[in-house]
Design a protein around this ligand. Structure first.
Ligand code: OSB
Ligand code: MG
Length: 378
């Protein structure tokens, strides 16, 4: 693939409703999209960083800085045999996994389009549909949460995940478990607790949780290893795992029994694929997490979820839960059985709505063999 140009665009999209986690509330998303033009085709990727550094260290702005300063100039005019060769090219840039992932995944989309293959197939996935769950933000009262859970179950979703934080935890989970004794139920604390809270976290043993996601500090695998023997809920790590080495350390320390793979958080499809394979060899189930993505990031999540290690329902759900209008066509839909049909067209398998993207863009910057241009449109 000869890289003709790399185009960065920041688009603004408003979620249908605010989404609250233990680290904050978001409604207005600032999403960085990456378009890579190679051998005449466009590949698309999404940087899944948030607006603030509340989930991890990256933000929309740090990703823009890294991509425009270091990655764009490095990649323009180069020829890569495979998207798989990209990580090596940027290995000297430490961290910034989400920024790199936006570019790497655009290369995967381009490579799949050039090969005439669905991205899921190029990655090695075989599933024709994937199993879906939902992640529900923190609510004012257990009653309002119950109404949401009921609605999602009626739509067919196979697993309900509740966001929790101190003070908005036990009573909320208790209410949901009492009303729905048999559903697959999990919680996600996004690092809101300390090891000193172990007894409080052990109280969730009552609820037969499928997992408890990232209860302790975002960078502390060791503390989770101390916590796991003290609670029955299987710990699932999210924020702690940035690559396969972290996963191996966490598994060997018994810091978790499940891993959430977010393609952005681990730096792109190449590393996500390696990580799921290592987990599969060690009998650690994985599932695909979400970052309130637009349709482009969502399409990449669907593709990676077809790999064999992904054995639990992910947080990959319908476009219509987030957006009035998505930037891909058709929008992602979920069946009454709680599944998404994997697209069969080449690449990410959805049409990218270029006109809508241009209308939502507030800035763009392109890198090509001949020139570099930067446009502010807001
Ligand atoms: O921890 O999984 C998380 C959203 C933003 C940041 C972190 C997380 C989440 C979600 C939402 O849980 C998943 C989604 O519906 O996209
Ligand atoms: Mg999480």
């Amino acid at each position: 693939m000869k890289i003709e140009s790399i185009i960065l665009r920041e688009i603004h999209m408003r979620l249908k409703a605010p989404f609250e986690t233990s680290f904050g509330t978001v409604q207005n998303r600032r999403i960085l999209l990456v378009e890579v033009v190679a051998d005449g085709v466009s590949g698309w990727g999404e940087v899944t960083a948030g607006e603030t550094p509340g989930y991890n260290a990256e933000t929309t702005d740090t990703a823009w800085l890294v991509l425009s300063t270091f990655v764009g100039p490095l990649l323009q005019g180069r020829t890569l045999a495979h998207a798989l060769d990209f990580p090596e090219l940027v290995a000297h840039i430490r961290g910034h996994e989400m920024a790199k992932s936006g570019v790497e995944n655009a290369l995967w989309d381009a490579e799949a389009k050039l090969a005439g293959l669905p991205l899921s197939r190029l990655l090695g996935g075989a599933k024709q549909e994937i199993d879906c769950g939902v992640s529900l933000g923190i609510r004012e009262t257990p009653q309002s949460l119950l109404a949401r859970v009921e609605q999602e179950l009626r739509s067919g979703y196979q697993r309900i995940k509740l966001k929790i934080k101190p003070g908005k935890d036990y009573d909320f989970v208790k209410a949901v478990r009492r009303e729905f004794p048999n559903i697959l139920l999990s919680v996600d604390a996004n690092s809101a607790y300390r090891l000193d809270d172990a007894e409080q976290l052990a109280a969730f043993d009552d609820f037969d949780l499928l997992m408890m996601e990232q209860p302790l500090a975002w960078d502390d695998i060791y503390a989770h290893a101390k916590l796991q023997p003290r609670i029955k809920s299987p710990i699932c790590l999210d924020e702690c795992i940035h690559n396969t080495r972290h996963a191996v350390a966490a598994i060997e320390l018994n810091a978790c029994r499940i891993i959430n793979i977010k393609v952005g958080r681990v730096g792109g499809h190449s590393e996500a694929r390696r990580l799921q394979s290592v987990c599969k060899d060690r009998n650690i189930p994985v599932w695909c997490g979400g970052m309130l993505e637009s349709g482009i990031g969502r399409a990449h999540n669907i593709a990676v979820s077809t790999l064999p290690g992904f054995t639990l329902p992910g947080d990959v759900s319908a476009s219509g839960r987030y957006w009035d209008e998505d930037i891909i066509e058709p929008a992602v839909e979920v069946s009454q059985k709680g599944t998404i049909r994997v697209p069969t067209a080449a690449g990410i398998g959805y049409e990218v709505r270029r006109n809508l993207i241009e209308a939502l863009a507030v800035r763009s910057q392109s890198f090509s063999t001949k020139s570099q241009t930067s446009v502010l449109t807001a």
